[in-house]
Design a protein around this ligand. Sequence first.
Ligand SMILES: [Ca+2]
Length: 201
Amino acid sequence: MELRVVCFLIGMLLIQGSDQQSAPRKKPQIKKASDVLSNAAVEELQKQINDIVAEMNLLKEKQALQTVCLRGKKIHRKCFLAEPQQKSYHMASEDCIAKGGTLSAPLSGLENEQLTQYVRESLGTDTQVWLGFNDMLSEGVWVDMTGSAVPYKNWEASSRSPQPDGGTSENCAILSTSSEGKWSDESCRLERASICEFKIV
Ligand SMILES: [Ca+2]
């Protein structure tokens, strides 16, 4: 009898042991950050992360602009970058937009001078480039790429036919280095070199 009892007890112990081994181990419970931190603290952290991401994007933008400025020319609050390949006005404009800029649009006599100088240096002394001005929508009403009125104009006035003189067949503006940076109207379908400008934030 005693032996049977001992065997029974050993058997029970073995079964218990094997049960313990096969039982799934409890995973250590990791508390979520939200369990530990208050909602306000989580919101504050989220805000800080958002701020860092925004700052990083701004830095990336500035870095990209600096790269453009290094390749092109930096003037006050703008960088110019020459595109020697001749394209129609629309193609040139779209390509500038794809790079994050717009067709160059000088806003003052000084800017026009700096742009003309850059065109001479980068594309030659007898070059015409598209400007970001056109009168497509309303003949004679010259606007920039945002549709705003052009604040500064530098039309060629000393030639036999003062510019603009093309009427509805010439609705896009060009700048010529051969005429000291003066502007003319031109058919938008013609192919010309261009300068993209990038605003520095
Ligand atoms: Ca016109």
